[in-house]
Design a protein around this ligand. Structure first.
Ligand code: DX5
Ligand code: ZN
Length: 223
């Protein structure tokens, strides 16, 4: 599968949101990455439904919703109604993760689970067949523009090995500090969805940066 690019709207210019959404619409990006933060699960508050509605009104690509909130079950239906195509919840915020994943699927959404940098991928061993996507945080969640944590490469490889033969279509999404200096190595390790916030939106030509991320090639490994 060709990898997907999901620009993170958190880094957009909120005073010119429509402009930035149209830029992504016209680009080679695949999804809009939407970060929802509640100020409890993470030490930051991003935005809620009124802003999400405004994004959904203009976005012509699927909304990839990343919930950094406690008790996400309370809001799954509302996010679906707001236009979410994928809903990702944090492992660390879900007491009954299996139930939550089933609830997301029953809404017709792609079901994702996110892991903080300190959470080992081994915690997903008994649910790997049930999830559509695993989001590996490559920074501590809560803020954009942080430095990429290199241990992420090892986590991707461990996850790939765990999913082999059990969930071959698993989406592995990397979120935090992604740029053109780590994209090749991320794809080589087995990632297939790259989120990028500041690297895209602070660029002089964001559409071109998206296109460069999209055309990143993993190296062809010799047998
Ligand atoms: C961090 C968010 C990320 C963030 C990525 O908590 O989940 O999606 O927007 O932004 P960059 O690419 O700037 O690290
Ligand atoms: Zn995110």
């Amino acid at each position: 599968m060709n990898h997907l690019i999901a620009p993170s709207v958190l880094a957009a210019d909120f005073a010119n949101l429509k402009h930035d959404i149209e830029m992504v619409n016209a680009s080679e990006a695949d999804w809009f990455h939407i970060d929802i933060m509640d100020g409890v699960f993470v030490p930051n508050i991003s935005f809620g439904f009124p802003v999400l509605d405004a994004i959904a009104k203009y976005a012509s690509k699927p909304l990839d919703v990343h919930l950094m909130i406690v008790d996400p079950d309370r809001y799954l239906e509302q996010f679906k109604k707001a236009g979410a195509a994928t809903i990702t919840v944090h492992y660390e915020a879900c007491t009954h993760l299996h139930r939550t994943i089933q609830a997301i699927k029953s809404l017709g959404c792609i079901a994702g689970v996110a892991l903080n940098p300190h959470t080992p991928v081994s915690v997903l061993d008994d649910i790997i067949e049930d999830v559509d996507m695993v989001l590996l945080m490559s920074v501590n969640p809560g803020f954009g523009a942080q430095k990429f944590i290199p241990n992420t490469y090892r986590k991707i490889r461990t996850l790939k090995t765990m999913a082999a033969g059990r969930n071959n279509g698993l989406l592995i999404e990397i979120d935090g500090g992604v740029n053109l200096s780590n994209s090749t190595e991320l794809l080589n390790a087995g990632a297939n969805v790259l989120v990028a916030g500041n690297f895209v939106f602070t660029a002089e030509n964001p559409g071109q940066v998206i296109s460069q991320l999209k055309s990143t090639q993993g190296q062809t490994l010799q047998a």
